[in-house]
Design a protein around this ligand. Structure first.
Ligand SMILES: [Zn+2]
Length: 46
């Protein structure tokens, strides 16, 4: 796990969406969320 970074509303939204996708077993959506989170962290928190 990466060290905790600053959070924002977008982080919370992506995390919630990923968790819900995992609960549904929607693997492709989970992957999307991980990609979006990585991009968001680079663009908004670096
Ligand atoms: Zn964020």
């Amino acid at each position: 796990m990466p060290t905790e970074t600053r959070r924002c509303a977008e982080c919370d939204r992506l995390k919630a969406e990923r968790r819900e996708a995992m609960e549904r077993g929607d693997v492709s959506r989970v992957t999307d969320c991980i990609v979006l989170m990585g991009r968001h962290l680079r663009e908004a928190h670096s």
